[in-house]
Design a protein around this ligand. Structure first.
Ligand code: LMR
Length: 328
């Protein structure tokens, strides 16, 4: 009987582990933290998985683990360097330990919209940024868009002074910390999966994120409202370990790179549409969305922009200018 139980347990484990992957296929684990539907990253990751599994069948097999089910963003890069996971797409705010150049993406009010970000990322400077961490063992494969960030809180935010004294969750980035301090509010670094609970239990009063994340993780349910500030960009780097990537057979690496490029172009072109749909979803679900007049928004620009001075040295004048030029 025991033998039978062991045998059936083995069958079960094998069939679970091989739900998608055939014996002999190289397994590519992709860990991320957001939901899968109605989300720029979630949709792109699912599409990448589908294409790899169809077109590279027999050679490679991709398994996506969304919703922080495998790793948090604060653990995933370490796990990648240890060879435990092959792909991730953390937000650009989460590479602080590896490069200070990515701080350009966290400064408030640098990019007017996602199109400007796209132009900058696809420039020579963007290419250099993608490859800036190879010495640290990380290879940037592609920039993936999410979109512009909005502020939400447990009280209406119309003037920058409304944020004074509130506690805001920030991603693990010193620029984002400084930005909240600039508003006279307190920053609290916290992982993405803890934000809903933090807002619900009032450990934090507010947060800043894209419409896709605000809708996807239902932050609007536990906030007074969201103010359309569009104060910064939240984008991703699809990243892998240089060691793993360089060790791939040439044909596998080439085919994978082509699929990644095509998925990136197709999904990046849709990211703004997905965010606009999620803004509408928040409103449909009863979330309060506040828009600002140009004068009201300018007050936020004036209040937050002084933070640039603190980080210009890390980023460098040339890169700052190149980013600003992308708005034209
Ligand atoms: C966050 O931590 O708020 C975001 O980076 C989550 C994500 O991956 O969009």
């Amino acid at each position: 009987l025991l033998g039978l139980a062991v045998a059936s347990a083995m069958v079960l484990t094998t069939s679970v582990a091989q739900a998608k992957c055939d014996p002999g296929e190289m397994v590519i684990k992709f860990s991320h933290v957001t939901n899968t539907d109605k989300h720029p990253k979630g949709i792109a990751a699912t599409l990448l998985e589908k294409r790899v599994n169809e077109e590279m069948n027999g050679k490679a097999c991709m398994e996506v683990f969304p919703n922080s089910t495998l790793y948090d963003d604060n653990k995933v890069l370490e796990a990648m360097l240890n060879g435990d996971v092959q792909l991730a797409a953390p937000s650009l705010s989460k590479f602080e330990k590896f490069t200070k150049k990515f701080r350009i993406f966290d400064l408030p009010f640098v990019f007017e919209d996602v199109d400007a970000v796209d132009r900058f990322q696809n420039s020579e400077d963007g290419e250099k940024l993608k490859n800036s961490m190879t010495r640290r063992g990380l290879k940037g494969l592609a920039f993936w868009h999410n979109g512009m960030k909005q502020f939400s809180a447990n009280k209406p935010l119309i003037k920058p002074e409304d944020a004074k004294g509130l506690k805001f969750r920030v991603q693990a980035s010193d620029v984002l910390v400084a930005q909240i301090e600039q508003l006279g509010a307190s920053p609290q670094k916290m992982s993405f999966k803890e934000v809903y609970g933090g807002l619900q239990t009032k450990v934090i009063d507010g947060q800043s994120n894209t419409w896709s994340n605000i809708y996807g993780k239902k932050f609007f349910e536990v906030q007074d409202g969201t103010t359309e500030t569009n104060h910064g960009i939240l984008d991703y780097l699809l990243v892998t370990s240089s060691k793993w990537w360089d060790g791939l057979p040439d044909d596998v690496r080439t085919q994978l790179a082509t699929i990644i490029k095509e998925v990136t172009e197709a999904r990046n072109a849709e990211s703004t549409k997905v965010n606009n749909e999620n803004k509408a979803n928040v409103i449909k679900a009863g979330g309060e969305v506040r828009t600002l007049t140009p004068e009201q928004r300018q007050a936020w620009v004036d209040a937050m922009k002084p933070v640039w001075k603190k980080f210009e040295g890390d980023i460098g004048e040339d890169l700052m200018n190149a980013a600003l030029k992308a708005n034209q």
